[in-house]
Design a protein around this ligand. Structure first.
Ligand code: 6PG
Length: 231
């Protein structure tokens, strides 16, 4: 795993956008899966305000790493948040947007989304290949929607699975490491002092949580972090 450390969250988000734009140049269409939570909001804000004119938006196909089982208009919805914060501002073509259905049972949604991803991406050894996946990390060391204590899900041979937020018991649909490890570019976007303890544990211990498992077992995990999260 490689760490790129920036002065603050704004600089880190800029670096992630610039990495996306650089990698986009290499392909005709760019299939990227985004995580949810709060970190992406700054990424989308800076992308829109500072890089929109340099972005060939129609080249991008938008996918998700995970989703909460809530309606799209819920403030909890990862799709809904990206739609409000980014997609509605770039008039993204609906044929390039592949949301996870948060309004059907999680296990069924995970099965259907696995089929969607398999149908719409090139395969390598039977596993769909994203051009890029952007992961976050919770303060507890979770990633996607696989939480500490759910390590059994990490070795699933599925692409997406049903999971649950252990604190709220909210049902989730989560991308598995099997799919993450196939990506051409696997990015962690992690900022803020709240992440420092989990980042310290991750750097020292591959078994310190789901994010650590992914970071230590991938061939290409690249961290974009700020000083608060790692120093
Ligand atoms: C989710 C995310 C999750 C997120 C981390 C970090 O749906 O909650 O996919 O894995 O990346 O919880 O969240 P923050 O960006 O809010 O710290």
């Amino acid at each position: 795993m490689t760490f790129k450390v920036y002065d603050d969250a704004q600089a880190t988000a800029r670096a992630v956008v610039e990495c996306i734009l650089l990698k986009m140049k290499e392909v005709e269409t760019f299939s990227i899966a985004f995580s949810g939570g709060n970190t992406p909001a700054l990424l989308f804000k800076i992308w829109l305000e500072e890089y929109s004119s340099r972005t060939d938006w129609n080249k991008i196909r938008f996918f998700w790493v995970d989703e909460r089982c809530v309606p799209a208009d819920s403030p909890e919805s990862n799709f809904g948040n990206m739609k409000r914060q980014l997609l509605d501002n770039i008039n993204a073509c609906s044929s390039n947007v592949f949301p996870i259905d948060g309004e059907i049972p999680a296990a069924k949604s995970a099965e259907l989304y696995s089929e969607t991803v398999t149908k719409n991406l090139p395969l390598s050894g039977g596993v769909p290949v994203f051009d890029m996946i952007i992961l976050g990390m919770g303060d507890d060391g979770h990633t996607s929607s696989i939480f500490p204590g759910q390590e059994g899900l990490l070795k699933s041979d599925k692409l997406f699975i049903e999971s649950e937020n252990p604190y709220s018991h909210q049902k989730r649909v989560a991308m598995t490491p099997r799919l993450m490890f196939a990506a051409k570019n696997l990015i962690f976007h992690v900022t803020g002092k709240g992440k420092y303890p989990a980042m310290q544990r991750l750097k020292q211990d591959a078994s310190s949580g789901p994010a650590a498992y992914v970071a230590w077992n991938s061939s290409n995990a690249l961290f974009f972090t700020d000083k608060e999260a790692v120093e």
